[in-house]
Design a protein around this ligand. Structure first.
Ligand code: NAP
Length: 496
């Protein structure tokens, strides 16, 4: 049977892009090109290099199921160790030759006549493609705060997602803005060396205590390294066990209450000063925002050289930060741990689908993708870890793998010449979002806080189902939900 080889362009070489490349290569597709704008693979683990960066998901589950590593140095690995792992996986899986770093995609345009995509890079190169897979990440575009005077500050200003090693923090008066996972990690890392560290907190977060500096249990690396079958079983066991996370997030049950109680206890047991504790107590339920985990933050913020400021920032002068109470806090370095524009996804790339429909227009009311991956109006283009991905509740490596395997099935149909143009319908996408809205009701994310989970339109951009449901929804293509067009041109149907 004749088979045509699809030209597949994957944009992004982070967790999602590496997974997609591996899955598609394993499925037998050979014309794969991965374009990565960074100088290295790794995605968030390449871009985020701030001091103290640690993954708050245990290492034995925060890895690719198809490339398990036995010898993590810690139970919770550091950013640099995770980044080394990504480089190593790419080499070992034979993906390095497919990946082109330092290549930024500026646009992707669909041609209605030929059914092809043209991907254009910043360098002016154009790459034709039959399929475009956007694996561009969620936490990719740093959010810079709009504070009067920030540009006039005379010292260093650095965003955690674009850390600059030339910025000296040792012995300096440091201001950290932001109280998410990043802010908490960097406060803990910078406080010991600072002359003074001031944490500016607009909204305190619950910080769940965990011993994140612990090494792996003795013998773990030796046993799992020597017994790959056991290692795979351990991984699957952890994946199964981590099913407790969506359960807690989705259902208001006693398990949720227990974890929330533990978050409150973490604060109560580590901060004895009542006034400080009041300042550190959020006005929403634990787990409502992406849960912050740290074994060191509460200790760091109570150190003699540290301080917490909860008064709103009014402006920044060349030498310090002025708060609403009129006090000027003199600082040498401002660290912005102010998060990301989490709903931009593929933007600022300009994506134009069928009939000239732009992504900006299609997403005017917020990002939408059927089952995290397909967008009406954009044939043969898919997202891997796109809108509504389970950030924080299900393993992202596993979710990317499930999605990539699903996409491999669609691409296989194209290869066989059964179909040329694969486009999800508006109706199926609407139906999916009705399910999402209904399932979102009782989730903990919907209990009255504001976080990066919320889109501007007020919807929650997360996966409100469990892992099994995800595996079912993306188990195999459901043709009823798609408009499928076979090529009218016999020339397109031949093997290339
Ligand atoms: P984030 O959770 O969005 O937190 C941003 C912080 O900046 C918030 O405290 C926010 O306050 C504050 N902020 C924003 N604009 C401000 C302004 N103009 N003035 C004062 N404060 C301002 O961002 P993040 O900490 O970078 O974390 C994002 C996500 O990255 C996490 O939720 C997690 O999923 C991931 N992450 C993971 C790890 C890990 O270990 N796995 C580590 C770091 C990050 P408000 O709350 O008041 O808006």
């Amino acid at each position: 049977m004749s088979r045509r080889e699809p030209r597949i362009v994957i944009i992004g070489a982070g967790v999602a892009g590496i997974t997609a490349a591996h899955v598609l290569k394993k499925a037998g597709f050979t014309d794969l090109t991965v374009l990565e704008k960074g100088a290295d693979v790794g995605g968030v683990w390449y871009w985020n290099r701030y001091p103290g960066l640690t993954c708050d998901v245990p290492s034995q589950i925060y890895q690719f199921g198809w490339a398990p590593k036995a010898d993590w140095s810690k139970l919770w690995a550091s950013g640099p160790e995770i980044q080394r792992y990504h480089r190593d996986v790419v080499e070992r899986a034979g993906l390095a030759d497919l990946i082109r770093c330092n290549v930024e995609v500026t646009s992707a345009v669909f041609d209605d006549k030929t059914g092809e995509w043209t991907v254009t890079t910043k360098g002016g190169e154009t790459i034709p493609a039959d399929f475009v897979l956007c694996a561009t990440g969620v936490l990719e575009n740093p959010a810079f705060p709009d504070i009067e005077g920030l540009d006039e500050f005379a010292g260093d200003v650095v965003h955690t997602a674009r850390w600059d090693d030339d910025v000296v923090t040792e012995g300096k008066r440091i201001a950290v803005l932001g109280t998410g996972s990043t802010g908490v990690q960097i406060v803990s890392a910078l406080q010991p060396g600072a002359e003074r560290l001031t944490h500016f907190v607009r909204s305190p977060q619950w910080v769940l205590w965990a011993p994140m500096k612990l090494p792996q249990l003795p013998g773990t690396a030796a046993i799992l390294g020597r017994l790959p079958k056991v290692h795979r079983r351990v991984y699957r066991g952890l994946l199964w066990g981590s099913g407790i996370l969506p359960d807690i997030a989705l259902n208001p049950n006693w398990r949720r209450k227990a974890v929330q109680g533990y978050a409150r206890f973490s604060l109560l047991s580590q901060v004895r000063d009542r006034a400080l504790r009041r300042k550190l107590t959020p006005d929403y339920e634990p787990l409502c925002k992406r849960q912050v985990i740290s074994g060191t933050y509460y200790r760091a913020i109570q150190a003699p050289n540290a301080g917490l400021v909860t008064d709103a920032i009014e402006k920044i002068t060349p030498t310090g930060i002025v708060t609403a109470d009129g006090v000027e806090h003199p600082v040498d370095v401002i660290v912005l741990a102010t998060g990301f524009r989490a709903h931009d996804y593929m933007r600022p790339m300009e994506i134009t689908g069928a009939d000239g429909l732009t992504l900006d227009k299609a997403w005017a009311n917020g990002p939408r993708a059927y089952r995290m991956t397909a967008i009406p109006g954009f044939p043969n283009l898919f997202t891997v870890l796109g809108p509504n991905s389970p950030t924080g509740s299900i393993s992202l490596q596993h979710s990317a793998e499930v999605t990539a395997k699903y996409l491999a099935q669609w691409i296989e149909q194209w290869s066989r010449g059964d179909v040329d143009r694969i486009e999800v319908t508006e109706e199926a996408t609407d139906r999916f979002y009705e399910q999402v809205a209904e399932a979102m009701g009782p989730t903990v994310w919907n209990t009255g806080c504001n976080s990066w989970y919320f889109t501007e339109g007020g919807t929650i951009d997360l996966w409100p189902f469990d892992r099994k449901t995800m595996e079912q929804m993306l188990g195999e293509p459901d043709p009823v939900d798609f408009t499928l067009v076979a090529s009218p041109s016999p020339a397109r149907r031949v093997r290339r």
